[in-house]
Design a protein around this ligand. Structure first.
Ligand code: NAD
Length: 299
């Protein structure tokens, strides 16, 4: 196929190279011309603008820093929408705003250009090894058509829903990951300052329920999706005791625990609501109440 690729940075560079190596005709553009040197040496064509890339391509990818660059490259002067012929598919691999990609899709529709949001996860190593997770939003029929090309850059390609849903899934994923960094920082600074060897602490946490991924792999599908907060696997009153002992240890050793303190307050509230004999996962209901949504899945 004739494929265009705009944004040849840490992620886009190797992804575009895989597309080239898979035998597609590749046209590339980046504001840093030198970013395309290797691709050009291996047969990719250089175009002078996003518009020219789009004019030469059946599918156009972007892998750009963020919303500002995506908007300029797609709807700006000399942008993709000015060059794309009807029937072209535009796929954004950037971590982008769902609202912007929905607006772009509405504009693209007028030109009979299909749009998919397909942010990726796995870092530059995943991009180099083509092992990325690709989270795709947009028309499902278009997704099925371009899936073989997406499988050239990632081995975990999944359809998430309508336009913008890929971007939403990616933002949720990164928000959870980024917050977990700080939760881990609180736990490990507490453990080490209170006297445990870092390596031994890491081993203990990795071997436990946290390291086994039970929260994500068991609790979300088996407890939250089913709304089953009353089969007691670990009583809430015991979890409340444990987080209390943890924050008490933080005060004893002067380790600030901002997130743990916030979480403790939800457990205090849950106890005040008389939930002590429910499962320790019941505070999930407090967040559902605040957010005005329930996270349930019937099948
Ligand atoms: P990067 O900064 O390395 O690459 C961005 C590329 O876009 C650069 O080559 C830059 O020159 C080019 N560019 C910027 N503005 C442009 C414009 N107006 N026109 C043409 N080219 C332009 O960034 P990256 O790490 O490759 O990330 C790309 C996207 O992927 C981002 O949205 C990022 O959030 C996301 N992402 C990054 C990682 C990671 O670990 N690096 C992982 C997953 C997703």
């Amino acid at each position: 196929m004739r494929i265009g690729f705009i944004g040849l940075g840490n992620m886009g560079g190797p992804m575009a190279m895989h597309i080239l190596e898979a035998g597609h005709e590749l046209t590339v553009y980046d504001i840093r011309r030198e970013a395309a040197r290797l691709h050009r040496e291996r047969g990719a064509r250089w175009a002078d603008s996003p518009m020219a890339v789009a004019a030469a391509s059946e599918i156009v990818f972007t892998s750009l820093p963020g919303p500002k660059e995506v908007e300029a490259v797609v709807v700006g002067e000399g942008g993709i929408l000015q060059g794309a012929a009807p029937g072209t598919v535009y796929i954004d691999l950037s971590t982008n705003s769902p609202t912007l990609i929905r607006r772009i899709q509405a504009l693209a529709q007028e030109k009979q250009v299909a749009v998919l949001d397909a942010p990726v996860s796995g870092g530059p190593i995943g991009a180099q090894q083509a092992t990325l997770a690709v989270m795709v939003g947009g028309d499902e029929e278009v997704y099925r058509r371009v899936k073989p090309v997406l499988e050239v850059i990632g081995n975990k390609v999944s359809y998430v829903g309508g336009i913008g849903c890929g971007a939403i899934a990616k933002l949720v994923h990164n928000m959870i990951g980024i917050c977990m960094q700080l939760v881990l920082a609180e736990g490990f600074t507490l453990g080490v300052k209170a006297g445990v060897d870092p390596q031994a602490l890491w081993r203990a946490v990795a071997d436990g329920a946290v390291g086994q991924g039970l929260m994500l792999n068991y609790v979300i599908p088996n407890v939250v999706f089913k709304g089953d907060f009353d089969t007691v696997r670990f009583a809430l009153r015991l979890a409340r005791k444990d987080i209390g002992l943890g924050t008490e240890l933080g005060r004893e050793f002067n380790v600030p625990l901002k997130i743990a303190s916030l979480v403790e307050q939800d457990f205090v509230e849950a106890m005040a609501r008389g939930w002590g004999e429910r499962d320790s996962t019941a505070p999930f209901l407090l967040q559902e109440e605040r957010a005005g949504v329930k996270v349930r899945q019937s099948s």
